[in-house]
Write a protein that binds this ligand. Sequence first.
Ligand code: NAD
Length: 266
Amino acid sequence: MKIGIVGCAGRMGRMLSTTVLETVGAKLAGGTERQGNPSIGEDLGTLVGSQRLGVPVGDDPSALFAATDAVIDFTTPAATIAHAQLARESGTALVVGTTGLSDADMAVLAEAGNRTAVVHAGNMSLGVNLLVGLVKLVAGALGPDYDIEVVEMHHKHKIDAPSGTALMFGKAAAAGRDINHEAVALMSREGETGARPEGAIGYAALRGGDVIGEHSVIFAGPGECIELTHKATDRALFAKGAVHATLWTEGRAPGLYTMRNVLGLD
Ligand code: NAD
């Protein structure tokens, strides 16, 4: 399968390129970067610390979509929606790990999903996607006496909060309770907040150092606390999940899929 990486010089872009190079059945067919990025014109193989590929980093995503079977996108929301439009036009499969997407951005992904296979997940790890199911189950079993708080920590370069994974957990908890997430989500607290609103799902985001990603969902009830925690210790985990999802799109009917679909958990 010919795979292209948009944002190939980013933290995840480099990891994804390396993972594609190491994956049997996958061919690293090209990569793009944002116009003006110093890596443009550099050899994609040497950029990611591997052998020369003879494929220079480009800045024309439409050429990349035309030349590949699937594209992996871990960039920014603005770049991702432009790439989703190219996926819709070209029919090239698209795997998106970008977080911080709005409902309007997700609608653009869904439109691309009418034409081709699109996978989107705020977290591509098996562990997190298993835990999403567990959070839903626990939230449903415990009921409203147990206050739900989602706490996450990431490296200091992360540009959005709360993390896409934290939101996946919060939404799973709301689904387990059969309530509307937007109506109960409490994204931050400051000053005289008053008592905790009944039924809220609270979020707290910590930033610092080079933490790859840590998440806890806390169920604080009368006389006890239950905590479900996931800690990522290697960014390659997400890249392996994304490349697995990309191979999974081969021959797949058009649609907007999640990582839980890819892993057969839904
Ligand atoms: P990063 O800033 O290191 O990399 C993003 C790259 O995208 C940069 O190199 C940037 O130049 C490039 N880019 C921006 N606009 C572009 C455009 N129009 N065309 C081509 N390239 C463009 O960030 P990162 O740490 O690699 O994270 C990227 C995204 O992936 C974030 O949204 C992050 O939250 C998300 N992420 C998701 C998962 C997951 O499992 N789903 C895991 C880790 C990170």
